[in-house]
Design a protein. Structure first.
Length: 197
């Protein structure tokens, strides 16, 4: 397999749409935009079950040397019968999951709680009441808070303004917050005593 056919000088001279192979599945692809500019990007072509093409970003953001490194990583994956495109998607999904796990907000948990319980609620109004009461009373205080940091003073800040004037509503909101916090504890997003209890 012949590698490193291209040079930086040759890439800089590209002025027209063209596809050039550097070897080992690495290609430089130049296309003309609708405004007449030449856009240059890198691609890795490979075959496992079928032929596929994976984008490796644009030139000059990714240099020839960087593109070769990325192509080498892809070739090693293909050699191990791993699809580089699927591998990249899995890595991306892991990163997204890690980011979302780092900050589980009250609203995130409330939404997941409602989604996981709505099938058991026979009356569609029940879900609407849950969502509406949380949006009106709980979210202004708790919405963006990390679920693991919610404590008694935060619950009181939600309930005190309505405890004397809307006691029944306040009681329902407290119970709903309690259930969401219990659910978050089961999911291991928080630990300790439930402050809404």
């Amino acid at each position: 397999m012949l590698l490193n056919k291209l040079t930086n000088a040759k890439i800089k001279q590209i002025k027209e749409p063209i596809q050039l192979c550097d070897g080992g599945g690495l290609w430089v692809i130049a296309t003309r935009s609708k405004y007449g500019h030449i856009n240059i990007r890198w691609a890795f072509r490979f075959t496992l079950v079928k032929s596929r093409k994976m984008g490796l970003s644009s030139y000059p953001d990714v240099t020839l040397a960087m593109a070769r490194e990325r192509a080498t990583e892809c070739r090693l994956l293909v050699k191990d019968k791993i699809d580089p495109i699927e591998h990249r998607k899995q890595k991306h999904d892991v990163i997204l999951n890690e980011l979302s796990e780092k900050k589980r907000t009250f609203k995130y948990c409330a939404t997941r709680f409602i989604e996981s319980h709505k099938a058991n609620w026979s009356n569609p109004k029940h879900q609407a009441q849950w969502t509406s009461s949380l949006e009106t009373y709980a979210y202004p205080v708790l919405e963006k808070m990390d679920i693991k940091h919610i404590d008694t003073p935060h619950i009181l800040k939600v309930l005190e303004p309505i405890w004397l004037t809307k006691n029944e509503t306040a009681s329902r909101v407290r119970q709903r917050i309690e259930k969401i916090l219990d659910w978050a504890t089961v999911k291991r997003y928080r630990d300790g005593v439930n402050p809404a209890r």
